[in-house]
Design a protein around this ligand. Sequence first.
Ligand code: PLP
Length: 414
Amino acid sequence: MTDATSHVAQTDREVFELIDAEDRRQANTIRLIASENYASAAVREATASRFTNKYSEGYPGRRYYQGQEYTDAVENLACQRAKSLFGAEHANIQPYSGSPANLAIYYALLELGDTVLGMGLPFGGHLTHGYKVSFSGRFYDSHHYAVDEESERIDFDAVRKIAHEVRPKLMICGASAYPRTIDFEAFAEIAEEVDAVLLADIAHIAGLVAGGAHPSPIEVADVVSTTTHKTLRGPRGGLIMCRQEHAKAIDRAVFPALQGGPHMNAVAAAAVAFGEASTDEFKDYAAQIVKNAQALAEGLLSHGLRLVTGGTDNHLILVDLTPREIGGRDAALALEKAGVVVNSNSIPFDKRGPFDPSGVRIGTAAVTTRGMNEAAMTQIADFIGQALDNLDDDESLHEIAQDVQQFCSDYPLP
Ligand SMILES: *Cc1c(COP(=O)(O)O)cnc(C)c1O
């Protein structure tokens, strides 16, 4: 039981038991979901602080309600820290999450029906990059680029070609399932050729960017959006950074156009996370995430698995299970029984449907936070290999889960 829930334990057994069970699940399983992490105790404390009680519509110095002495200070601090961490001209820390952040950017920079160009969802892009079931696909004329069928990497000749064809007003780079370095400069060059505003969505890799383990888009993109809770390891939330020329439009889009009162507890926690992310320890952390992903990739290859692009440059690995003749969903379910938590994921040019795609996505941000190193990654690759070899054997999967729990006990949660 954690300190933060001791009151829940007394007043609400039902919820307490769920919190406690989730704590144990997070401790006893190997968390390889690429978008997840473990926030520090300091971040969680700030999230649980009394800032959650405060209404603060508006921006520091321009609020609608009284009592903003400390909300102003903490929001200014969060934005100041975000700007210095990423080298940005302007920061808005109010978006409730990554998707609302992107919505605000569309709202600020586009008219309904304008043309946008993003990476296709089946190739690693995000729903909010113009996918048909998202607002971004419904309200805008959205087009997509893919990866090269052979290399499975972004094909800049193809991006250039489609950009010149559709002449997007907004071009989006960044992804949710792309295991390689994103060449922001190449995107910026194309955006400039077609007079598009460039949005770099670094939701997944923000921690790597902050820690110097992935190139930063800040100098070349007009707008940068991110979540605060993935590799960046903060509270759940969104952050928009932009050049000064877009600052007013972005701020107005977030509030009053799309949101009401910001979640000041999350803002305070984001300030804590940005402080943590500006330390040397965090640089080491970011570098270790990548080293671990590469070690895990090696381990998976040695178990005969095929990896999209053959490996990884970042925190993320996409395993293509096609050669194994198993579906991503069955694999993810079996892995969960074995205590290894991943998500099924489409692979480029997937021949299966999105509900049961051909791949699983794996990320190392969370396990690295627990202090696991390259040797631990080899062990994890072995667990995965064993589980996939025993897909239909619940008894074996259960035995692996026990080994996994034993393994996890050496790596306490923050
Ligand atoms: C996760 C993600 C988002 C959205 O974040 P939510 O907080 O889930 O709304 C946006 N863009 C990309 C590229 C992402 O990976």
